[in-house]
Design a protein around this ligand. Structure first.
Ligand code: AHR
Length: 501
């Protein structure tokens, strides 16, 4: 059997584990909100209309933060439509995803839901069809204690305590021609700077995210980040990255190596941001908000799934069914994000429910976990303390897109005598035995060894078979003389945890 090895040293710290790495995303798109997290007629609905089965799964997923309300949706959204008495809220044409928005769920409902789910909210403002004033109005409604028209309106709607929203996205994917209010980099950089400056006049210590490129394949990738940051470097804290990977070309070897692309993407944006910082002779550092990432198949520009052009409420949109291979890729993308914890300040698995999501639901029916749920939930549960720098020596696999890449990729965290190691085997056909030298740690006993793999790497979970793909105990794990060994099956993701006795 081929073998790989890595050495861990608690002194080789990248950065503290950042809980915001385990964010997710709720957009008013398809059935993410309606019949996803919110379904007042559902048997499990609570007094606010939230599905309790989905709330429980959200907690189990270990989500720390949720971005809202879009996505492309936000670029045509009027936030005030979604507050106040429900029977007076307008129904609107929703252009980004070609549907009807009923506005039965809005800011106040979202904030209630976040409190129940135990997650931090991340709010996006509309810089597509709207601008500075509407962003300020939303901020005043949400964050000002009272005594002004909009803050008193929030109090009148039942929220006497301000929401204290700290983390804000200044628009969404403004480089994309599909975006309502699409802009050039200098147009967007300008409005981002103006909005940020004005929002900081109300609250100087907000954390603001400027839009980076929609993906690293955009024709303006690189120059967009540079030009935007030249306009707003001193006024924002983070620049966004978005990336979706899929095996549309039937090339599983390259697909399994998607994290190589994510690594390069992060490194390029960090380099660009630091370049602008150097030009400006600034001591400030801009970090990355990787606020959309996942596996996503199919035609990304598709706006309707059904026949014709009907405008429907909560139509089914991009409800991708994920398999074991997708779960391994998602686990590997999380390894990449953790490895970059020194510069990735926020990351959001897009999205939370039904729309390219770890949690699936049927209206009036069950909720279940997609295979991608498992590596996310386990990583969120086990990663703690500091992320360690890991040098892996591994056999390689050949890929069409990235050339030769390491078959085994890994990252580790260490927290006061407790170690967690996350690994993938990207080989399509070979098991690999990995030896982890942990002799520099005081760790003496294995606590858990869980793997996601299957003889059928395309196996999925469905409403009828919700647990076809679940994590399995990896019985091969051994710890002797400071060496932790484990066998990784082909196309697998594994988490090990160990501690001192
Ligand atoms: O997450 C789905 C969509 O993908 C978002 O609305 C958009 O920002 C991205 O293109």
């Amino acid at each position: 059997m081929p073998s790989a090895s890595l050495v861990l040293d608690p002194a080789f710290v990248v950065a503290p584990v950042n809980r915001r790495t385990f964010g997710s995303f709720v957009e008013h798109m398809g059935r993410c909100v309606y019949t996803g997290i919110y379904e007042p007629d559902h048997a499990t609905a609570d007094e606010d209309g939230f599905r309790k089965d989905v709330l429980e799964l959200t907690r189990e997923l270990g989500v720390s933060l949720v971005r809202y309300p879009g996505g492309n949706f936000v670029s045509g959204y009027r936030w005030e439509d979604g507050v106040g008495p429900r029977d007076q809220r307008p129904r609107r044409l929703e252009l980004a995803w070609h549907s009807i928005e009923t506005n039965q769920f809005g800011l106040d409902e979202f904030m209630h839901w976040c409190a129940k789910a135990g997650v931090e909210p991340m709010m996006a403002v509309n810089l597509g069809s709207r601008g500075v004033q509407e962003a300020l109005d939303l901020q005043e409604y949400a964050n000002h204690p009272g005594g002004t028209a909009l803050s008193d309106l929030r109090v009148q709607h039942g929220a006497s305590t301000p929401y204290g929203l700290k983390l804000w996205c200044l628009g969404n994917e403004m480089d994309g021609p599909w975006q309502i209010g699409h802009k050039t980099a200098s147009e967007y950089g300008r409005i981002a700077a103006e909005t940020a400056r004005a929002m900081r006049m109300i609250e100087p210590d907000l954390e603001l995210v400027a839009c980076g490129s929609s993906n690293s394949g955009m024709p303006t990738f690189g120059s967009w980040e540079r030009d935007v940051l030249r306009e707003c470097y001193d006024l924002v804290d983070h620049i966004s990255c978005h990336a979706y990977y899929g095996d549309d070309a039937g090339d599983p070897a390259s697909f399994l190596a998607s994290a190589v692309d994510m690594d390069r993407f992060i490194d390029s944006v960090v380099a660009t941001a630091d370049h602008v910082g150097a030009e400006l002779k600034s001591r400030k550092r801009i970090d990355i908000s990787f606020d959309e990432w996942n596996v996503w198949y199919g035609d990304r520009s598709r706006r309707t799934d059904g026949p014709g052009d009907q405008w429907e409420v909560a139509p089914r949109r991009i409800e991708d069914e994920y398999n074991v291979t997708d779960a391994v890729v998602v686990g590997n993308l999380l390894i990449s994000l953790l490895r970059h914890s020194d510069r990735v300040a926020v990351a959001c698995l897009a999205q939370l429910a039904n729309v390219i999501a770890p949690i699936m639901t049927e209206p009036g029916g069950p909720a279940w976990r997609q295979p991608i749920f498992h590596p996310f939930a386990i990583t969120s549960r086990l990663a703690a303390g500091s992320v360690l720098r890991v040098e892996t020596s591994s056999p390689t696999v050949d890929t069409e897109k990235f050339g030769e890449v390491a078959a085994v990729d890994a990252v580790a965290t260490y927290d006061d005598g407790k170690l967690a190691v996350f690994l993938v085997n990207r080989s399509l056909d070979e098991s690999i035995e990995v030896t982890v030298d942990i002799s520099r740690t005081p760790v003496t006993g294995v606590l858990e060894a869980l793997s996601v793999y299957d003889d059928d790497r395309l196996a999925v979970n469905t409403a009828n078979q919700p647990d076809r793909v679940v994590p399995r105990q990896n019985e091969s794990v051994r710890l002797e003389n400071g060496l932790l060994t484990v066998t990784l099956p082909p196309v697998s993701w594994t988490a090990l945890s160990a501690s001192r006795d």
